[in-house]
Design a protein around this ligand. Structure first.
Ligand code: GAR
Length: 204
């Protein structure tokens, strides 16, 4: 079966959505392992309670990326659990060269804005502060430059008059929980092709 690995730093609602879609039969994939850089990540609890190996691997001394020796441990762990495809789900660190060498074109991410608008942190807050009327979320391939990889799927969310950052993020997350499992399904069925920067989804 198509085996994915999930990397998560936080509360793990996207991981939870993926698990629910597997349990409900929508997704025919296996989560081989969940790895976190945060020992207190709720994502680890979610994985454990679903019987998925849940592993904390120290990130090392840097704040925004993994130290080289530690990144090697992440890769070793993914290989140990026979992970074919890596899904970042709220993993708040930048991935570096070795990772891409091992998993070329096989790393995707969910980002809480309509990229290329609002890359980086707290994208929902950036959208609100900027004053856009629409924002949303994006599933994209991960490349070395942050939040720039080819776009697989996007969903749009209206920005409402009385939105706060929290409320807007919550509505964006509702859409994330729909499109991330769909993107994983399309990939697992080999229906996603890259054509330069464009991603072509083959019909059923
Ligand atoms: C999600 O909104 C995801 O899009 C965002 O972190 C949140 C994780 O939520 N990711 C990024 O901002 C990456 N740049 P979760 O832990 O509940 O899945």
């Amino acid at each position: 079966m198509f085996t994915i690995g999930v990397l998560a730093s936080g509360k793990g609602s996207n991981l939870e959505a993926i698990i629910k879609h597997i349990q409900g039969g929508f997704l025919n994939v296996k989560i081989g392992v969940v790895i976190s850089d945060n020992p207190d990540a709720h994502a680890l609890e979610i994985a454990k309670s679903s019987g998925i190996p849940a592993i904390y691997i120290e990130p090392g001394k840097y704040r925004t990326f993994l130290e080289n020796t530690q990144e090697e441990k992440y890769i070793e762990c993914l290989k140990k659990y026979e992970v074919e495809f890596v899904c970042l789900a709220g993993f708040m660190r930048v991935i570096k060269k070795n990772f891409f060498a091992e998993y070329t074109n096989r790393i995707i991410n969910i980002h809480p804005s309509l990229l290329p608008s609002f890359p980086g942190l707290e994208a929902w807050k950036q959208a609100l502060d900027y004053g856009v009327k629409f924002t949303g979320c994006t599933v994209h391939f991960v490349e070395e430059d942050i939040d720039t990889g080819p776009i697989i799927l996007q969903a749009v969310v209206n920005v409402l008059n009385d939105d706060t950052p929290e409320i807007l993020h919550q509505r964006i997350q509702e859409k994330e929980h729909i499109i991330y499992p769909i993107a994983i399904k399309l990939i697992s069925e080999n229906r996603v092709r890259r054509k330069g920067r464009r991603v072509i989804i083959d019909e059923d």
